[in-house]
Write a protein that binds this ligand. Structure first.
Ligand SMILES: [Zn+2]
Length: 422
């Protein structure tokens, strides 16, 4: 047996076991704190709502565990079980040129993967979300989404793959550097175009028009140098009762998006506070920082792939007999997450750091009290647990746990009222 096979199976087992262990911790911790609403929230979150959040978290975590085991088994079937080998032989037997069989093989593999994931998507939307009263997706919307996503994947993925494979074939030993450059241009274009071109294919976006807030919002935007045209309300209620707000894109296409489900539940001052938080992400250049981190990581990944693609053991060790550029890409995309899993806590930490910074910004610009009440409402309405397992949260959560986040904001507020400049 190839040494690399052993290494791969060991990494897959280790990451799966760690994830299962963390998920189990989360279930136990949340269940243990189910009985009572934490003191800090007892005035604004009812016991019944707290129970719902605990049950919802436990059910979702269990679902995640099953999905993880299924995904790991599938990955083994694709690689060591011969799935990719079989598909490769099939595409080779068609006798297309190297470029078209490469693109065909990869798209075909991705479509099959999508199909194999489908039962999980269906169960999540129509069983779990339904049971907790969040689902608004009709079967019609579900199917339309699926068709649109698949068409987009083919329309955008096929040319991108063709370009990458073409570069790999013609540009010699430094192909990974050129592919990286193309990938970066592609990422920037997608990031820029996504809010204006792709997101509207799935949702309606209308300008946030809140008369009660107009003047204050304008003052806030002027202070941050953000064009007011960029604030939108999205019809999130088309698919789900969950509410959220986010900041996306850059340049002329940057925008702050509120879900209609969130706007409906918030007071004007709370909307302003959430907006101030999102403007914090903009002002502190979090999108650019995240892009730079991704750029660095993908350069390292592609350099590694540049070396791996030339090693026969990389293919043989993962159940594939004939090396090719497209197979190197495919194997790398499928197996890299097994090895990079242990970077999760670092990425989550970076993201939480940005959340703290955006909160601090919001406190300085607008009412911090309103941010706290808005956050509590968001936790309550989304049935997010107020008591996650600290270790699980450190690994997985892009946002700090509710209690930690709110105590940070309160700390900032105390500093501000005591006249201490942070
Ligand atoms: Zn944020």
């Amino acid at each position: 047996m190839e040494t690399f096979t052993i290494l791969f199976v060991a990494a897959l087992t280790a990451s799966a076991l760690v994830q299962l262990w963390l998920a189990r911790r989360q279930q136990v911790y949340v269940s243990a704190h189910r009985r009572q609403v934490p003191d800090a929230f007892s005035e604004r979150v009812g016991l019944e709502e707290h129970h719902k959040a605990a049950d919802y978290t436990v059910v979702k975590t269990r679902f995640g565990m099953i999905q993880l085991i299924y995904g790991s088994a599938l990955l083994l079937a694709w690689t060591l079980g011969g799935g990719l080998e079989w598909l490769d032989q099939l595409w080779r037997s068609f006798g297309f040129g190297p470029l078209s069989s490469g693109v065909g093989f990869m798209l075909c593999a991705m479509l099959i993967m999508g199909l194999l994931e489908l039962p999980f998507d269906l169960y999540h939307t129509f069983v779990i979300e339904e049971r907790f009263g969040f689902n608004r997706t009709t079967p019609g919307v579900f199917v339309t989404d699926l068709v649109k996503q698949t068409l987009l994947m083919v329309a955008i993925g096929a040319p991108m793959l063709a370009v990458a494979l073409w570069i790999m074939g013609v540009s010699g030993g430094l192909w990974w550097l050129y592919v990286w450059l193309v990938w970066m241009v592609f990422t920037l274009v997608m990031f820029w175009a996504y809010p204006a071109v792709i997101a509207p294919l799935f949702n309606k976006f209308s300008p946030l028009e809140n008369e009660a807030l107009k003047a204050r919002i304008q003052a806030l935007l002027d202070k941050c140098g953000f064009r007011s045209k960029g604030i939108f309300v999205m019809d999130g209620s088309k698919r789900s009762g969950h509410g959220n707000a986010y900041f996306t894109g850059f340049g002329r296409n940057k925008r702050i998006v509120f879900f209609d489900t969130l706007v409906d539940g918030l007071e004007p001052e709370e909307i302003e506070a959430v907006l101030a938080h999102e403007l914090g992400h903009f002002k502190l250049k979090h999108v650019q920082k995240r892009l730079l981190t991704t750029a660095g990581l993908s350069l390292a990944g592609l350099a590694l792939l540049g070396w791996l693609a030339g090693q026969t053991w990389f293919y043989n060790g993962l159940g594939v007999s004939m090396p090719s550029d497209y197979m190197a890409l495919m194997l790398f995309m499928m197996t890299a997450p097994v090895f990079t899993f242990f970077l999760h806590p670092l990425m989550a930490r970076l993201s939480r750091k940005h959340e703290f910074e955006a909160d601090a910004y919001a406190v300085a610009q607008s009412g911090g009290h309103d941010l706290v009440t808005a956050l509590v409402k968001m936790y309550r309405e989304n049935a997010s647990t107020l008591t996650p397992d600290p270790l699980y949260s450190a690994f997985h959560d892009s946002h700090p746990p509710a209690a930690v986040r709110i105590s940070h904001i309160s700390g900032r507020l105390r500093e501000a009222s005591a006249g201490v400049t942070p």
